[in-house]
Design a protein around this ligand. Sequence first.
Ligand SMILES: [Zn+2]
Length: 424
Amino acid sequence: MRNMFKSLVLLAILATTLALPAQNIETVKARYDNYKVYRVIPTTKEQIKKLYEIEESGVGISFWRDPTHAGRPADILVPPHLIPQAHNVMNSLGLEYEIIIQDVQKLIDEVHPKTRQASGGMDWNDYHRLDEIYAWLDDLAAQNPDRVSIVIGGSTYEGRDIKGVKYTAGGQNKPIIFMDAGIHAREWISPAVQTYILNQVINSQDPSLRELVDAFDWYFFPVINPDGYEYSHESDRMWRKTRGPGNLFCKGTDANRNWGFQWSSAGASDNPCSETYHGSGPFSETETKTLSDFISTMGNDLVMYISLHSFSQLILFPYGYTDEHLPDYDNMLTVGNRAADALATRYGTQFVCGNIVETLYVASGSNLDWVKGNFNTPLTYVFELRDQGNYGFILPPDQIIPSGEEMVDAMMSLLKDAKTYRRI
Ligand SMILES: [Zn+2]
């Protein structure tokens, strides 16, 4: 009995000592001192293949912008200890390069001088924490009870809600527009621009905007990967995935490779340490499972689904899993190009429109493919917002308002086209 007691005490001490370092480690913030972002323009398929091999090997080199097509720039994040090897590899592949960000940590510190604490109050002069965004959604619903209601679209691995709002100006059977943002945690401009659009949808007095906006019912979900978003504020500015279990060393799943349509067919990784890890099965993640269930309740009534990402200034439409064109390819391209023209009018910002495979890369398990594949939603687009790599994911907050303004211009163009569709 006494021995057993002793063993229990020892076990308890051991458990405490083992647990302590883990807790301390969690509070250490990832740093990117002397990490550099290189820009290369591959000219051959062989160079592209080699670059992917290096990234997939897991040595620690990752893409900010994938090497997708010959002649298109790719941006590559290189940690300081791998810089000599990276130079050797690029030289041996015959790749010319330039360094577009000299020190990623320095840029982070300049753009975000301190970790923002949730303090309440909403504006578009800075990026906001999840609690601030959610509190603002609550305020919108409280101040506009006849038009705005809170909707919970799902939940997360760590137990947070995926909170959004429904907006309606009243009336029956209006076609539905669904907007999501923040599926990739580090793409902070995407929740910021979505809340900017939402604010215009609710508060703008512009009669032409009101007429277009009020012809639809809307769902807005500004942060559909809340665990990852908070982690990117608290612990690792460059975090992209969810915070799901992964394996012993690597947590998280790419929530935009986990949807149950052509899951894992191409352009997604089965390695939990990869940035594009597709999860252990279709809808293995709490976020994608619960949100897809919610979207299914209205799927057939959607006329438009818009997903906001960053960066590289693209307007993309399905499919991502195959290069085969959908029957409505020409229409999606025409409507998307009109939106790009509208977007460019205010500040001259150029967005390129095309289908996912031709314009970006093969990617299966995205929410856009799932929506299109299941409900054949007429207008389904991903917007890859500003910029084209000068700041990349670390876009300064003074670009939130201009990004929001030009995106509202693009939305107005899309709404004119969406009006030609009725609920099925
Ligand atoms: Zn993204």
